[in-house]
Design a protein around this ligand. Sequence first.
Ligand code: PHE
Ligand code: ZN
Length: 849
Amino acid sequence: MQAEAPQTIYLKDYTPFGWHVESVHLTFRLAPHSTRVLSKIRFAPNPDAPAQTFFLHGEMLKLIAAKIDGAPVTPDVTDEGLTVAVPSGAFLWEAEVEIDPKGNTALEGLYMSNGMYCTQCEAEGFRKITYYPDRPDVMSTFTVRIEGDEKVKLSNGNPQAEGDGFAEWHDPWPKPAYLFALVAGDLVNHPGAFTTMSGKDVELNIWVRPGDEDKCAFGMEALKKSMKWDEEVYGREYDLDIFNIVAVDDFNMGAMENKGLNVFNSSCVLASPETSTDANFERVEAIIAHEYFHNWTGNRITCRDWFQLCLKEGLTVFRDSQFTSDMRSAPVKRISDVIDLRGRQFPEDQGPLSHPVRPESFQEINNFYTATVYEKGAEVIGMLKRLVGDEAYAKALDLYFDRHDGQACTIEDWLKVFEDATGRDLSQFKRWYSQAGTPRVSVSESFADGTYSLTFRQETTPTPGQPEKAPQVIPLAVGLLNPNGDEVLPTTLLEFNQSEQTFNFNGFAAKPVPSLLRGFSAPVVLDRDAGREEQAFLLAHDTDTFTRWDAGRQLARETLVDMILTGATPDMAYIDGLEAVLRDETLDPAYRALMMGTPSQSELAQVLADRGHVPDPDAIWQAAETLAQVKAERWTDLLPRLAAEAEVTGTYSPDAEQSARRALGAAVLSLQTRLDGGAAAEAQFARADNMTLQLSALSNLIRAGRDEAALKAFEDQWRGDRLVMDKWFGLQIAATTPEKVVPRTEALTAHPAFDWKNPNRFRAVMGAMMTHHAGFHSADGAGYRLLADWLIRLDDVNPQTTARMCQAFQTWRRYDAGRQETIRTELERIRSKQKLSRDVDEMVSRILG
Ligand code: PHE
Ligand code: ZN
């Protein structure tokens, strides 16, 4: 239990810091348990700030000495920082502190990973390095000297001097402390170069541990493509002489956009055909782009305070998805993003952790790096672009960069550039930033005298702290088809901005069929109860790739719900309609692979709960199994044909064309395995020469219970590769049958390679368990208990990762009384742990409600 009640921080309480920081000089004398950090910081009064006591953040620091203008001072030091009397004008603050990087298991501040020093400062980690006003609106230039024997010593900006046992860096661009970074270790680099649009040569490097050099080439190409794309599409040029990326094995998140020195979780930058799947390659490309794009959206223009996190994250996710759409298949990217949004953001937005895209309060900011801030934040920008149009969007972005370069901004600043560029009033649109929850849109239609009418209603259920919701402006992209399947109204954008609103379309001989929410034009739940015939019609005829795919998805959902509730057999109209699509060889194989997917079991649980039923995880599992089995049996002709189409000849490439075939191949293999008990999977496993094929084969062998030899062979082959072993750990839980999930998880936690302090390994195992719907929710509560045991253990070591994984419990109120009771008991057990972190305390309290 926390000693004191945690403090809540409110957006409305924002006040600027009382001083400007004119320059920062840091010297690091590296030592694993006793690094000395010497700081020289020039402060000058900020005339725009209210009078205040001089306070510097600082946590886990041993203050050795402090001076003001050269004279020793004795500040008042607490666990959170220090206060000290300062002169009324400008002054020089100097401090020497000692820190313990090796003892830092939380991976925030300066820490060690496999013998290398590295930092993670976002959001509030810099205060664990030295005393500083650790808030994003305080920006300054940094000069950094690193002293130590390590071969490679890196920091932000450009290299300035290097000699025996030291290196100096200078970053000319003012930045907040959260973008500070330092890396030192015996690293090797994969070099590259890029010439910017104005002809400046930039040195590029990817720094890795010796042995990982052969996994950098793909990342380097992705970086160059990102640099080029940002010039071409957004007119943004890189602004330093050098750009470094470092791969780190121990990292809480995916990657970090520190100025000129991006630090990556090694899983998000290293890639090779033998060790990475197609999906891994695509993810590496997207994350490299994301971090690079932050150089403008995040670094040159940053956030005034952490409530504005979506200002940089929503925009940068939006930009990286544009990039992926341009590099690969736009329809496939859009559908994948929607699957992800519905799978992660919707449950968050519809449960106890629901919060606005721009939250108004928090206890621990680390808990707000969420799917809502990131992914819904990106959807909000997509809507804005749809509403104002592509040209106005480009104009507004130019204005944003012009007006706010070098500033720490707010959502108000962001919306103002759109208002100024377009003359549009965005006050209603702003509700997307302030109202939490997923709007539900229901539809009714009528047809008379050639006029077709669509009436929409919107409703957002109450979310924590927000009982009442005002109508939002929802861009609805719609098209109309005539009964022959010809498009009679091409995609048209309706601005639906009232609680209820009717739109009329004239001049039809027969009642058309509506295709609604094309391209998933808004992050809403569309409740359209039009019957399966209409969905089957859209599955066959819709010209919009998203709504066509979604029609198939809805048919799958409805048949599964029927099977679960009434024991019905699968709807053959769905299976045959899908078959027709799958036989259409003009369609991208990746698109057809997506068509073969069905809603996740967790999504089905939510649908059942929304319709007033208590979801039974075993029944859901069973229905999904039966549906897959019936498809496999029905498609004995089709499967070999698709398998032939999925064959790839020539050398492996992770490009869209080849990955598409392999994605189709994987979908086929999972059905094939139901017919042959794993024979085809075994053959594929034996001949696989890339990780994509090897892993899909292994996954099916696990599913078929024919995995003993394969798991052993895989382990023998890959025990020396941490990232591949993460897959080995995770897959044998994720791909197995429900009754084996908890026992396997338990057994794997006893495996000598279960290095639970490494976030990737912990997530591989516990993350796989908690996302196996039927396995995690096993009726005896064993999954809940096992997860709680491990969260309690990890909290002392790494609060941030522990808190994120508490999300496993966010949907608890969907389930029956017995499960709810067990989960509540486990959450209470976590909450009553000794020395519970602020991170986990906040998460558990919010989940319990
Ligand atoms: N800012 C990082 C990104 O989105 C994410 C991150 C947050 C990394 C906090 C580490 C800590 O690119
Ligand atoms: Zn980001």
